[in-house]
Design a binder for this molecule. Structure first.
Ligand code: GUN
Length: 291
């Protein structure tokens, strides 16, 4: 069993981007510029956005952080996005989710210019993904693809089972694994809360992507010997022994499942670490696409 190490792969992605950005700088060219909008004071969102900004600094990207009050109106948020859409120096825009209840998430995401939609959440980006066109791929599935690529895991003709059908993980993941590319070319089964015989389906899988948000859900008796298991879960579970008061738990019962796997991602230290690298790849590409 080999661990798919998010720390190693994300560092490799960041190193590659830093090298390319250093070259842009040396040539006096425009540097990639990510703009993030953070609304309110959600603890997890604050942490995520802070890491995104810090990573931009580490690899030499420009970043702009726009903080707005929890009470911001939709009109004010529209205006802020429109300003960034029209700012030629800004390559990528992300609005950190979740948004306050009075704001329509779908409407906001659709407002980001497709050329700057580095989260890949807009209908235009998802539509392109479905059609196999070049586009921005959402960070989690993109991070998983980068991991499979880094470890040269054979996916062609394999049976992949994706548990979860969310717009940001399960659905795009299922599309990427089925597309005619490497990694890709899998036969994909998408499972969800209404799936019957989930255990039997998982037992047929060469690759399992667990993205349902239920800590410790995937047990050893659901996994075939030699399977590749990708754990997308990042649930905060109360843990008095931790300084923060919580531990991050994946969707896979790692202790039980790991001995049966050929490859497995740990939580923490797996897929979660890949997402920022993937976002940075999208931002770099958004900058390149302008040329
Ligand atoms: N909230 C949790 N994950 C994400 C993400 O990838 N992008 C944005 N914009 N918000 C998030």
């Amino acid at each position: 069993m080999q661990i798919l190490d998010g720390k190693i792969v994300s560092q490799s992605v960041k190193d590659q981007l830093k090298t390319k950005t250093d070259a842009l700088k040396a040539a006096g060219k425009k540097l990639p510029h990510l703009a993030a909008i953070l609304i309110g004071n959600n603890g997890a969102s604050e942490t995520y956005v802070a890491s995104k900004v810090k990573t931009c600094e580490e690899i030499g990207f420009k970043s702009t952080l726009l903080r707005l009050e929890e009470s911001v109106s939709e009109a004010e948020l529209f205006a802020a996005i429109e300003k960034l859409n029209n700012d030629n120096d800004v390559d990528g825009i992300l609005v950190q989710l979740p948004l306050p209840k009075h704001i329509d998430e779908e409407k906001i995401i659709s407002l980001i210019h497709p050329d700057k939609d580095v989260d890949g959440f807009s209908p235009v980006s998802i539509g392109k993904l479905v059609q196999g066109m070049p586009t921005f791929i959402p960070a989690t599935p993109y991070g998983i693809m980068l991991m499979l690529e880094h470890y040269e895991i054979e996916t062609s003709s394999k049976h992949a089972v994706v548990i979860g059908r969310s717009n940001i993980v399960g659905r795009p993941m299922s599309i990427l694994l089925s597309q005619n590319s490497n990694p890709g070319n899998c036969t994909v089964t998408v499972c969800h809360s209404r799936t019957n015989n989930l255990k039997e389906i998982c037992l047929q899988a060469d690759i399992i992507v667990a993205a349902l948000g239920k800590p410790g859900f995937l047990k050893a008796d659901m996994v075939k010997e030699g399977a590749v298991v990708i754990d997308v879960g990042i649930t905060r579970v109360a843990d008095a022994t931790k300084k923060t008061g919580f531990a991050i738990k994946g969707d896979v019962d790692f202790a039980e499942v790991a001995p049966k796997c050929s490859y497995i991602t740990p939580v923490p230290g797996g897929v979660g670490l890949m997402t920022i690298g993937a976002l940075m790849m999208n931002t770099y590409n958004a900058c390149e696409n302008k040329k």
